[in-house]
Design a protein around this ligand. Structure first.
Ligand SMILES: [Mn+2]
Length: 476
């Protein structure tokens, strides 16, 4: 809980970054391709834009892309890595140690000793702040941007979106952002940009017809209803919930407490009748984060849905659309993003429908592995595993290891319950060690991590993971 130390680190780093801006340096922002990464990249872009600094922004999927980008850029340019980098300090030092680099990341790192003296490294773990739950990379960049120019407090909503994109609300009772994230929420509320409401977390609670709100909600994923308007309609009708008032579609915000209870309990019954854990429904209760200045009918109104939209852009090669929207673009570009989100939703529910059938689940002694092979797009494994893990569909006592094959490589995404973490599991460590042992790379957070390994080593890798997980759980 070193919030003060963290904010001090932010202040010092803001001074260093301002120094670089004053020297007239130009910057290359390299942001990771997910909702938090794009949010972080967008806030960094606005920071440089408002500081009149020259910059370009590029989304990167792997550390290899970071290295090639840096090695190919002009020598006097400064690379700013957001939401990627901390897990690879040793490689970065070895390959680009001679160039001043800024790393703004919340993933776990091995040793701070690997950071060259003239680099800027802002990471909550340096100050014992939990980077998996209390602050996202977008939040780190936000604090830095706020320190450099107060005008950047308007970007607080984007930092909230980034944190929700990384499911940082998941660990608290009742889906709420806590820790440093809560300070960002407060900035946003003070400016009148954000409204926080206790409710059921259906996307579009104030403006979307009930059945659409139900079908479009992906956090949590509700088996057979998420992604299916038809199923949502028949479910609501079976509960005798009126979808229309006269000729107008009703919305969640106008339902009586009684009706909300009926839906909540109805979902529990429905899920257990299909043999899914009814506790999924608990994930539907919490704080709704509403962006007051966004138009109704857009996916930007609800911060969780905004995050889904950025994630969709990130995972379909449309990163620039997401970054531009997070920077404030609307109009034509927003229409385009909505289409991207629609298509991505369809694809994702196909993947999830396939996965929840458990046909390709493989239970080892300490882990559950789901091998998507080439059926699951490697860019979707992290989203699919996040959604699965937020939906309580996994055994509580085993972490999920999800795999997808791309060419001669396997992309892995791992998720664990908070309960397992409290018993000593750290997936960031597990992914790094197991990947290293088979000639790959890996790392991340204690609850969520990833790796990339050679295809030929898949079985060996899973055995390694099973082993290391078992050791960690036994040692405590
Ligand atoms: Mn992140």
């Amino acid at each position: 809980m070193g919030y003060r130390e963290f904010l001090n680190l932010v202040n010092e780093s803001a001074d260093k970054l301002s120094g670089l801006i004053e020297q007239g340096k130009s910057f290359m922002i390299l942001c990771h391709t997910d909702a938090d990464g794009l949010s972080a990249g967008a806030i960094a872009s606005m920071l440089f834009l408002r500081s009149n600094a020259k910059f370009i922004t590029r989304a990167v999927r792997s550390i290899d892309e970071v290295l090639t980008s840096v090695q190919n850029m002009p020598r006097d340019m400064v690379a700013v890595l957001t939401d990627i980098g901390s897990g690879y300090l040793e490689i970065l030092k070895e390959r680009i140690g001679d160039r001043v680099t800024v790393i703004l990341d919340h993933h776990q790192f091995e040793s701070e000793a690997d950071v060259p003296r003239d680099w800027v490294h802002v990471n909550p773990h340096i100050c014992n702040v939990d980077g998996a739950r209390e602050i996202s990379s977008a939040g780190i960049v936000y604090f830095l941007a706020r320190e450099i120019n107060e005008e950047n407090t308007t970007l607080s909503t984007v930092a909230v979106v980034g944190a929700l994109g990384d499911l940082q609300d998941k660990s608290s009772e009742g889906r709420e952002l806590t820790g440093l994230n809560k300070m960002i929420v407060e900035d946003s509320v003070k400016l009148g940009l954000l409204k926080v409401v206790d409710d059921l977390l259906f996307y579009g609670r104030t403006y979307r017809p009930l059945h659409l709100a139900l079908a479009m909600t992906t956090s949590p994923y509700i088996p057979t209803i998420t992604g299916s308007e038809a199923h949502a309609v028949s479910f609501l009708s079976s509960l005798k919930i009126k979808l229309k008032e006269d000729d107008r579609w009703r919305v969640f915000a106008e339902l009586t407490e009684e009706e909300k209870k009926t839906i909540y309990n109805g979902l529990m019954k429905y899920l257990s009748s299909l043999n899914y854990p009814p506790s999924i429904v608990k994930q539907l209760v919490g704080k709704v984060y509403e962006l007051t200045r966004e138009e109704d009918w857009t996916p930007l109104k609800d911060a969780r849905e905004f995050a889904s939209l950025l994630n969709a852009c990130a995972k379909t090669g449309n990163e620039w659309v997401g970054i531009a929207i997070a920077m404030g673009s609307r109009g034509e570009l927003l229409m385009q993003a909505q289409k991207i989100l629609e298509e991505y939703r369809k694809k994702l529910s196909e993947v999830l429908d396939y996965v929840v059938k458990r046909e390709n689940w493989q239970e080892l002694k300490y882990i559950v592995a789901i091998d998507g092979g080439t059926f699951i797009d490697d860019r979707m494994v992290s989203s699919a595993s996040s959604i699965l893990s937020s939906s309580e569909l996994l055994p509580e006592d085993k972490p999920l290891i999800m795999l997808a094959t791309v060419g001669d490589k396997v992309k892995i995404s791992a998720r664990a319950s908070n309960k397992l973490v409290s018993r000593g599991l750290n997936l960031g460590y597990v992914m790094r060690k197991a990947a290293e042992n088979v000639g790959g790379v890996g790392g991340g957070h204690d609850v969520a991590a990833g790796a990339e390994i050679p295809l030929a080593k898949k079985t060996m890798f899973l055995a390694e993971v099973d082993n290391i997980v078992g050791e960690l759980l036994k040692s405590k």
